[in-house]
Design a protein around this ligand. Structure first.
Ligand SMILES: Nc1ncnc2c1ncn2[C@@H]1O[C@H](COP(=O)(O)OP(=O)(O)OP(=O)(O)O)[C@@H](O)[C@H]1O
Length: 325
């Protein structure tokens, strides 16, 4: 998969290969590999301290890898001939001179990268800042600064976009705006990678997820696959859980206690402690088997586990690691 990612995708691809980054004794990124492809929003998820920003910094040439590599369109950032035309990034929205006007800031960036000033007006329009183009950035709200940072990322009309926690600190309107923009950029065939520590946000924005914890890959999946994998099962409560478990296992089901402890057939625990989660049998079949054996049921609910739960489960160990956050 890695070897051929470069060809046939219009050069719009991010490849992280066996990337390791150490800071002294801290291993921030640990042999991490994944590929981000065009036409979709990919969420880069992990608890605080998981290594997301570090990965992005190496990808953007702001930090050197200890080993392995992170490539944009098959090249390291430093060897891209005109980087702004290939990859745009939003890392720290605060990093603009307060005294500078929005238009001048972008104009300066454009000139330094051989981009015409006509493009400045275009990107300001796209991010909704055309009306404040001649205002000083110092007076901008966080949301406006975020938009300006995105305008800068879009200046070179790059096929690859990287945003580090773009919704942090934004109000609901700002969050919705960013979400829609990310989706639109992906729909244009760009490669869009957004980091976040919030599954609730990614659930609404991303098509694919790269989940990391302690610098290592935990999952590389579509949002749908994750939902399917974790969202299955029927939640059942009965005053006779052991007996019900035996009946359902005999009928071909798999039964676990609802609080997540393993139970390949025998489950201890009263209904008060959370009941059972049954997979491999539909709600209707569960009801019929229970009725045939005269076992009362208090609840039969097809479960739709939230992605948040799936994420918590996936990153449990990583979260322990960053317990302070
Ligand atoms: N410049 C640095 N010097 C030393 N340690 C660092 C440096 N940058 C990051 N780290 C450490 O590397 C690990 C990964 O940090 P990183 O910022 O990449 O995580 P993150 O997933 O982006 O988290 P957050 O969501 O909090 O930004 C952390 O343990 C962090 O303390």
């Amino acid at each position: 998969m890695c070897g051929g990612a470069r060809s046939g995708e219009g050069g719009r691809v991010i490849e992280v290969r066996e990337l390791t980054k150490r800071y002294g004794r801290t291993v921030a990124v640990d042999r991490l590999s994944f590929v981000v492809r065009p036409g979709a929003v990919t969420g880069f998820l992990g608890p605080n301290g998981a290594g997301k920003s570090t990965t992005m910094r190496v990808l953007l040439g702001l930090d050197a890898a200890s080993s392995g590599e992170a490539l944009v369109n098959g090249r390291r950032y430093a060897s891209l001939r005109r980087p702004m035309l290939e990859v745009g990034a939003l890392l720290d929205a605060g990093a603009v001179h307060a005294g500078r006007k929005a238009f001048d800031h972008l104009g300066w960036l454009a000139r330094g990268n051989g981009i015409g000033t006509r493009r400045v007006a275009e990107v300001l329009e796209r991010v909704g800042l055309a009306g404040v183009a001649r205002k000083r950035v110092g007076g901008f709200s966080l949301g406006m600064r975020q938009r300006l940072g995105i305008a800068a990322a879009l200046l070179g009309d790059p096929g690859v976009l990287v945003f580090d926690e773009p919704v942090n600190g934004l109000d609901p309107d700002g969050v919705r705006w960013i979400r829609e923009l990310m989706r639109a950029l992906a729909a244009e065939g760009r490669t869009v990678l957004i980091s976040s520590h919030l599954m609730s946000e990614m659930e609404l924005t991303a098509d694919r997820l790269v989940v990391i914890g302690r610098g290592r890959l935990i999952a590389d999946t579509s949002v749908q696959e994750l939902a399917d994998r974790f969202g299955r099962g029927v939640r059942v409560r009965s005053p006779r859980p052991d007996e019900l478990t035996r009946v359902l296992v005999t009928a071909g089901g798999t039964v676990e206690s609802a609080n997540g402890t393993a139970g390949g057939g025998r489950v201890a625990g009263s209904p008060e402690s959370g009941g059972l989660v049954v997979s491999g049998l539909e709600a209707k079949a569960i009801g019929e088997h229970a009725a045939a054996h005269g076992i009362p049921l208090y609840e039969v609910t097809p479960r739709n586990a939230s992605l948040e739960e799936a994420y918590m489960e996936l990153t449990a160990r990583g979260a322990e690691f960053g317990a302070a956050s």
